[in-house]
Design a binder for this molecule. Sequence first.
Ligand code: PMP
Length: 751
Amino acid sequence: MIKELLSEEFQFDDPIIKKLDGYDNVNYLVVQGGRKCIFKTYPYSTSLYDILEAETKVLLTLQAENTGKFPKPIAFNSGDYLKKVDIKGESSICRMLTFLEGAFLGEISPSAKVYDALGDFLAKMDQKLHSIKDYVLQSRQWEWDLKAALLNTKYLGDIEDPHQRNIVRYFLKEYETHVLPIINDLRHQIIHNDANEWNILIQNDRVSGIIDFGDVTYAPLINEVAIAMTYASYDKEDNLQAACHVLRGYHKITPLIASEIKILYYLIAARLCMSVCNSAHAKKINSNNSYTSVSEIHAWSMLNYLLKIGPIAAEASFRGVIGLKTDKPELILEKIKKRHKHISPLLSISYKNPIAMECAAFQYMYDHEGHSFLDAYNNIPHVGHAHPKVVAAGQLQMQKLNTNTRYLYDLLPEYASRLTAKFPTPLNKVFFVNSGSAASDLAIRMTQMHTKKKHVMVMEHGYHGNTKTSIDISDYKFNNPKGPGQPDYILKTGLPNAYRSDLDGAQQATIAINELKAQENKIAAFIAEPIVGCGGQVPLAKDYLKNLYPAIRKQGGVCISDEVQTGFGRLGKYFWGFEMHGVVPDMVVLGKPMGNGHPIGAVVTTDGIAASFEKGVEFFSSFGGNPVSCAIGLAVLDVIEEENLQENAKEVGSYYKKLLQTLQKKYSCIGDVRGEGLFLGIEMVHDGTTKTNKKLAHFIKNGLRDRHILISTDGPDDNVLKTKPPLCFTKSNARQVVEAMEELLHLHYTH
Ligand code: PMP
């Protein structure tokens, strides 16, 4: 049938016909003698017919100067460029185009010059397309149009890897936030909309043509540039270099403006999202095709690269390329001055060289000058900074209802049930508050009511919060030279630190038990963290709690585990820190990671303790357990499960710890590497001794900061490097930290 048609309509009497790959149609290369053409067939529909007519109009317009750079439609005998025919019983649309010579951009190793030329070429083509008016194209809406990027949201579920899925969710949300509100103000026209490396032809380092106008659309002009930039760069190591050449080339012909440049980063990311969404969808509907294409791998790697560099640095380099001036960022000293006008300097600022943070995504934070920091420190954004699922949960609920626990709403029991399901049986009542401090405070009040005792046993170097009671129970604060001193109802016991003591956990527990016995007042509670954060990331020695808890209970006290730092899967092997010690507390204090940055805390306890508390006055917290907090808390639990983050903490954490232990073997100034999962401490000492070395710890902390890695120090002598990153941290992130540490240690020894 095709042969006859080619003969009758186009005088190809005995051509060689080669079937070519097409996205959603079938193309044939038809060759006879010196004549080469492309014959295209499509499944018939009236809407596609209209679109192909519009595409023909575009291609004919581009023939005006007969440059040979654009496929030329060849008419049937009727004079029409499209024909409806039956091919093997299928109603089809056919058309014929000239064949363009040249090597595909994807086949060669293009020089920077080629990318400049591509920008130049596209700008000149777009100038020709500028005058076309076409209402079919103007009303076209489908998933491959960058201006309709959000249509791809429906394919999110087809992306198998949950973390990758959430990266796409993040970038589509960024598109919604930064691009959609201004899209209508941007200059629009007909554009090619698919300048990828398999549609661009190159001859002698020049662009000789562009094919496949199947995605032609009416859209913001900047989309043309963004798409070409995406495909120029997504398969390169120096990711944005080639993209910048395309931008430069385009801008020289058609100057771009600041508002267009501002959204380029988000457009490029959205285009990559469209690509991975469509690949995932194609795999889903065709189960025979589980093949991950090279282009899909490139798209993922570029999405990760975009996360790593962030939007501010990207915009600055795009502005630089086209010579747009960027306002000088405000000086840090100015910012500090402004802050101290109304904010007390009692609130400290990290690092010798403070950072003005602007935005963040997953394990990266971006400062006001666009530097991207690898966050190896902040444990509050537990599932990742700005996690799109957590953000969406909060936004949606805030839009719907935010009230207090004096009304009935399902989110409260739902969240309480999901949260308590994470605990062993006796821990099944939860009281919600808004911080770890409020939780510690409430915990102590409850134990005092339950036991009718006042005294509390606390851990040396422990920290539990900033309220009056929390400070009373925090040696880290009350025992500070500027602190209020130890209150008389507090019994402090020594930190069972395996690195600094020859006694084992059981022996240390015996000491604590004897202290208890020697005390004339029975205690209401014993509170400790499973790994003492402010004490310098010190895991309580093995068997310590196992031996101590029964003694506390025997004399009537309540055992409290402060899981503000250690909870929610951070320790990898354990969801809660107390599991690491083989004990079950009577009460647990929660905070920080619970809301991924949203202020939420809780006390989880037993029925019995809750019943004693219920005999007292009403408990009411204006914000504790509000619907927004519950929605966010639920989203955090969902993401931990969906992205398997506890397992990631285990795998990446043990890899990270091994790297640090290897470093410890090389450098005798690393006294100890300790902790579990993604909650680690590196104790810096004077070579070969156990003498604390604060100066070196600070040198490394500040050196890492200057290398754009965030880490902190803590411990009684502030000589322990603390690392507790968001749980989406990767092995490559861990390598980056340890390599930078090694570089600094090398510097330390050579200078
Ligand atoms: N307990 C521990 C173990 C903490 O680390 C902290 C905060 N650093 C708190 C309680 C107090 O939490 P918040 O700052 O949310 O009041």
